[in-house]
Design a protein around this ligand. Structure first.
Ligand code: C5P
Length: 290
């Protein structure tokens, strides 16, 4: 690899909404949200090299589900950053797509945020995270929280991000049944919502403390997403019936669901059991990082 100014590599971890409460619809058409967001050790990879023009290539297990057209969030992020900063530089970007697309774990948002981080290095712009988050908000609601990819309290449409300490590491399994769900359609089908205005989550020292807290919360998008894609219910049942499971829930607008487990061994055994029974589902044992 060449020196820092010539190339950069960035990891784009999967985003998990441990809970997601929805409030009213705003004048701009978006809904007020409140969500406890964490990141997994599983994710996509992005590599950046100096070039005259901007270009994107995609490989990896989910490359086939995406095309490197101008709408791709990575290119949108690159163009937005370049325009705002007045940069007239290109980049050769290579995305390794390990996460399923349109799946509620922020794949596209994590990639866009990683593009902002990577190009900030490649183009030697030295923009602070706060400024990158402001740019990120123009690309998508989930992009600001992915700029730092650390546990956070997310509010507003997604643009208000407060870093949270005190979330324990936990063994986790992610499962996606291979159905892409449109975030816009899920919000449009939403009937019941918990509303926003809750207190900041308390510091939680243990995974059982975290789970006890999460049981007082929900993902308001789970019911409408299940209405659109009933297979999400099968995913949740499969996760919830595994030995050592502590909590099973959908992330974001779905269809990916996560479950927290008592140990890494229990998470791995659960992943093997689910994968064996449901060929075609994406099953990923991982760790909720801090
Ligand atoms: O911002 P993003 O493009 O990810 O949002 C996709 C769609 O999800 C929006 O067009 C909107 O319909 C819905 N949405 C919403 N409220 C949010 C985030 C997204 O209604 N806070």
């Amino acid at each position: 690899m060449a020196s820092e100014a010539e190339a950069a590599r960035v990891f784009a971890p999967a985003k998990i909404n441990l809970f997601l409460h929805v409030g009213g619809k705003r004048a701009d058409g978006y809904h007020e949200l409140e969500s406890l967001v964490v990141f997994a050790r599983a994710g996509d990879g992005l590599a950046f090299e100096r070039a005259d023009e901007l270009s994107l290539t995609i490989d990896g297990p989910f490359a086939g589900a995406l095309s490197p057209d101008p709408d791709n969030l990575v290119l949108k992020a690159a163009r937005t950053l370049a325009a705002l900063a007045g940069v007239r530089k290109g980049a050769r970007i290579a995305l390794t797509k390990n996460l399923p697309v349109a799946s509620g774990i922020g794949g596209g948002s994590a990639d866009a945020a990683a593009a902002l981080r990577g190009l900030n290095v490649l183009w030697q712009m030295h923009l602070p995270s706060e400024e990158l988050r402001t740019i990120a908000a123009q690309i998508g609601s989930d992009v600001p929280v992915c700029v730092e990819s650390k546990p956070a309290w997310m509010e507003g449409r997604g643009e208000k991000v407060t870093a949270l300490a005190g979330i324990p590491e936990a063994s986790m399994v992610l499962v996606n049944p291979g159905v892409a769900v449109s975030t816009g359609k899920v919000f449009a089908a939403l009937k019941e919502r918990r509303g926003v205005g809750g207190p900041l989550p308390p510091t939680m020292k243990s995974v059982s403390g975290l789970v006890a807290f999460l049981r007082t919360t929900a993902n308001d998008l789970e019911a409408p997403a299940r209405g659109i894609a009933p297979i999400i219910g099968e995913v949740l049942d499969a996760l919830a019936s595994q030995p050592g499971v502590m909590l099973a829930r959908m992330s974001g607008s779905g269809a990916t669901c996560f479950a927290l487990f008592e140990s890494d061994a229990a998470a791995h055994d659960a992943a093997v059991a689910i994968e064996t029974r449901h060929t075609g589902w994406w099953v990923q044992p991982t760790v909720l990082g801090t």
